[in-house]
Write a protein that binds this ligand. Structure first.
Ligand SMILES: [Zn+2]
Length: 609
């Protein structure tokens, strides 16, 4: 045995030190925060002479599904060896800088411009360095599984670093076990306030940090902290389980300042929650974003569509399951805000009303199912291009669509299988695919619904009709069970179906015309000028409104308009404004029965024990 052991030891002495040397180190400084710049030096240690190192800026960011091309904000790139000698850089594509190592180290330096503190991008100014990792840091393909160390030189003594990166004894130095963890751990460096508390469920516990960069009094932060705790407890109660956070902590990185870009972006152990709304007037709306992003640590971060695992930092990420990951999360955002008692029944009604109206009324549903809408995320999820689209007619956000499906499914379950709710479905999915972190497929979601209710036809019907098909739930009947009334917002009003504006003494069509509207039927499109209505000259919006007061849906109307230089007249039937809203029976002046009260309480009461 001894000789064999001797060989193993000798081999390990040869192999382990060589691989252990591979490490990535970033040094970050902010010499010109007023000009939104950072100087970043990235050192890859442990190269072999002659080894190609492919440095890249990410094209994507976790939680966003379109391409963002972060390389556009990088310049003054130069490469050195360990002794400071310049190395050649080759550019094989817009995102990549290739360098051939001449020794055991390559240092790449660059300047980053960053002026959008939001969920996806970075923002540097005199108040903070808000650094979303893929928007800030290059990575090296050949060094994706090695440990990372990042250190900051701060321009302001009051600035502190908040992040889910792993802290060290030095307050400005952090580590990550590998690139994947690093890219998922955003950073906020500022003079911020922190509130921390412990959340427990079963034998698991997490320290939650609420980091708030703001310009108000600490009283506002304390009030917000109290509300945030309620939301967190209510969401833990939905799943009756707490996710296992890496390093035992979860961090909210909140920026509530006038110069930020409102957004919320989930990560495994942290989230950016960013808004221009100050806490003094916008706390409850800001809390809605907090609720949404915290729910994501179950739904999407761990209970994760298989198409998103691993997340691709080089191509757009597509999945058909965002109606579930984003839509159900949106449904639970409204539900949790109600269950905490922070929002009233009337506010809950108004928030679900928007989703019900969109799914029932927008023409998009006949073009794409909820699964197919999800697959368009790479085109709509903060994606930018300049050519017009027909999305107003063909698209419904998977947030909205999925929100309405969550509502419809929850109420259908409660009605058809008393005692069974969407919470039970989420708990079952959590046990099967979330706690175990086994990425799920579309058929896994379908089969889990079957498993929940033990009725194959029911599960197939839900998925075939509402998720992969083009039908909408019967919201009027379902919501009436809980004493919520679905009604038309306007009484017998005509529906033109476009945004109108006054311009050059006339009325122009400022946006796309909806297929369901009167203007579309008349052949009117975006950019056209409405000249006459029933032979009367149209001069401004107020006068047009008065003309419409005398027209009822179903009447025939003559519309004269100019389109691309030519004048046309069409006579068409007037469409009706079918906009729906959801109100409580009480607000509608309707009587609420004992059965409805019981149903509503069971649905909307707090689940915290
Ligand atoms: Zn979301």
């Amino acid at each position: 045995m001894k000789p064999v052991l001797g060989i193993v030891l000798a081999l390990s002495i040869l192999v382990i030190p060589a691989s252990a040397q591979r490490e990535v180190t970033y040094d970050v400084s902010f010499p010109r925060p007023e000009h939104h710049e950072a100087e970043i030096s990235m050192t890859v240690d442990g190269t072999r002479s002659g080894e190609l190192v492919e440095f890249r800026m990410s094209r994507t960011s976790p939680g966003r599904y379109a391409l963002h091309e972060f390389a556009k904000n990088v310049y003054s790139v130069e490469a050195h060896d360990g002794s400071g000698a310049i190395l050649d850089i080759e550019r094989p594509n817009p995102h990549q800088w290739n360098v051939v190592a001449t020794g055991n180290k390559v240092v790449l330096r660059y300047t980053l411009f960053a002026d959008r503190a939001g969920g996806t991008y970075s923002g540097i100014d005199r108040t903070h360095a808000h650094l979303n990792i893929p928007a800030t840091f290059m990575f090296a393909r050949q060094f994706s599984d090695v440990p990372i160390r990042v250190s900051f030189s701060l321009p302001n003594e009051s600035w502190k670093v908040a992040t889910q990166l792993v802290p060290t004894a030095n307050e400005t130095v952090f580590t990550a076990p590998d690139l994947y963890y690093f890219l998922d751990s955003p950073i906020e460096i500022s003079d911020h306030d922190v509130r921390s508390w412990n959340v427990e469920m079963g034998d698991r516990s997490t320290t939650v940090n609420l980091v708030v960069h703001h310009a108000e009094s600490e009283v506002e932060v304390d009030t917000y902290y109290d509300m945030a705790r309620k939301v967190v407890d209510e969401e833990v109660a939905v799943f009756e389980a707490l996710p296992e956070n890496d390093y035992g902590t979860y961090t909210f990185l909140a920026d509530y300042l006038p110069h930020v870009a409102g957004d919320g972006m989930e990560h495994r152990n942290s989230t950016y929650i960013v808004s221009t709304r100050p806490l003094s007037t916008g706390a409850r709306r800001n809390l809605g974003t907090l609720a949404h992003e915290y729910f994501h640590q179950w739904n999407v971060e761990r209970l994760r569509p298989s198409d998103l695992e691993p997340f691709d930092f080089e191509e757009a990420n597509m999945t058909g399951e965002l109606w579930f990951s984003e839509g159900f999360t949106s449904y639970y955002t409204a539900l949790v805000m109600r269950r905490t008692g922070i929002n009233s029944d009337s506010e809950f009604a108004s928030s679900i009303g928007g989703a019900v109206n969109a799914v029932v009324n927008l023409p998009g549903r006949k073009y794409f199912s909820a699964r197919e809408m999800s697959m368009q995320a790479p085109f709509v999820d903060a994606a930018r291009s300049v050519d017009p689209t027909n999305r107003d007619n063909t698209f419904i956000s998977y947030y909205t669509f999925g929100n309405a499906i969550g509502l419809g499914l929850d109420l259908t379950l409660r009605s058809a299988f008393p005692g069974t709710t969407l919470d039970h479905y989420m708990q079952l999915l959590w046990r099967k695919y979330g706690e175990t972190e086994i990425p799920f497929t579309s058929s896994d979601l379908r089969n889990a619904l079957y498993e929940l209710v033990n009725d194959r036809a029911f599960a197939d019907g839900i998925f075939d009709n509402y998720i992969e098909g083009h039908e909408a739930f019967d919201y009027s009947t379902l919501l009436a069970r809980a004493g919520f009334h679905v009604r038309q917002r306007y009484d017998n009003r005509p529906f033109l179906g476009a945004q109108l504006e006054e311009e050059d003494g006339g009325v122009i069509v400022a946006g796309p015309t909806l297929e369901t509207g009167t203007l579309y039927a008349a052949g009117v499109g975006q950019g056209d000028t409405i000249v006459q209505l029933n032979q009367t000259l149209v001069t401004d919006l107020e006068q047009l409104g008065a003309l419409l007061d005398d027209i009822a849906p179903g009447d025939t109307v003559s519309i004269t308009y100019t389109q691309r230089g030519d004048t046309y007249t069409s006579s068409v039937p007037v469409a009706e404004n079918m906009t729906l809203e959801v109100v409580t029976f009480e607000d509608a002046g309707m009587e609420l029965s004992e059965t409805q009260i019981a149903f509503r309480n069971e649905w909307l009461r707090s689940r915290v024990k």
